[in-house]
Design a binder for this molecule. Structure first.
Ligand code: RP5
Length: 178
């Protein structure tokens, strides 16, 4: 097992379905990661302590995922100079807009790099890009990922041209959406 270099902090077990995609992407890129359940308001000492000790344990980037009035990413960032990526989790009365605003609107001095609501894949990729600054293997894997992304779109473009719009949509999305 690889030593974790990315720490994912979730504010609640209800955030787990969202962060699962971040973990899967980190796995795909061969990056060691760990997952911690720690809430900024229910377990503030645990969240702060985890962030404060992360660098000393070899963690190089934190991803903090929370919904509602989400202050987890900022609370973690307050305790470390590691880069912290805020992942606003959707849901609740405001569908994640509350979490997005709370996470992205950090006052000057303690930044949080914020991805989209439920943007777990981009959170993982951004963490990987930070790791890749000092890790050629990680950089190479990211390059390969980008090439696969490009090839997949090129393949769809060729198929669309070859099959035509209606046939392509029927094959891809089924009859209900044509
Ligand atoms: C936040 O409140 C969590 O990050 C979660 O997204 C949201 C709801 O938490 P639960 O009431 O589902 O535990 O603290």
């Amino acid at each position: 097992m690889r030593d974790p270099v990315v720490g994912i902090v979730v504010g609640s077990e209800s955030d787990l379905p969202v962060v699962r995609d971040a973990g899967a992407m980190l796995e795909r890129l061969g990056i060691g990661w760990e997952l911690v359940l720690a809430s900024a308001h229910r377990t503030p000492d645990l969240a702060a302590g985890y962030a404060a000790n992360a660098a000393g344990r070899g963690i190089r980037v934190l991803i903090a995922a929370a919904g509602g009035a989400a202050h987890l990413a900022g609370a973690c960032a307050a305790r470390t100079v590691l880069p912290v990526i805020g992942l606003p989790v959707g849901g609740g009365a405001l569908a994640g807009l509350d979490a997005l605003y709370a996470t992205v609107q950090m006052p000057p001095g303690v930044p949080v790099a914020t991805v989209a609501i439920n943007g777990a894949v981009n959170a993982a990729l951004l963490a990987a890009q930070i790791i890749a600054l000092g890790d050629d293997t990680c950089a190479a894997r990211l390059g390969e990922y980008r090439r696969e992304l490009t090839a997949a779109v090129e393949e769809k473009s060729r198929a669309l041209t070859h099959e035509g719009l209606e046939a392509y949509m029927a094959r891809r999305f089924g009859k209900d959406r044509t």
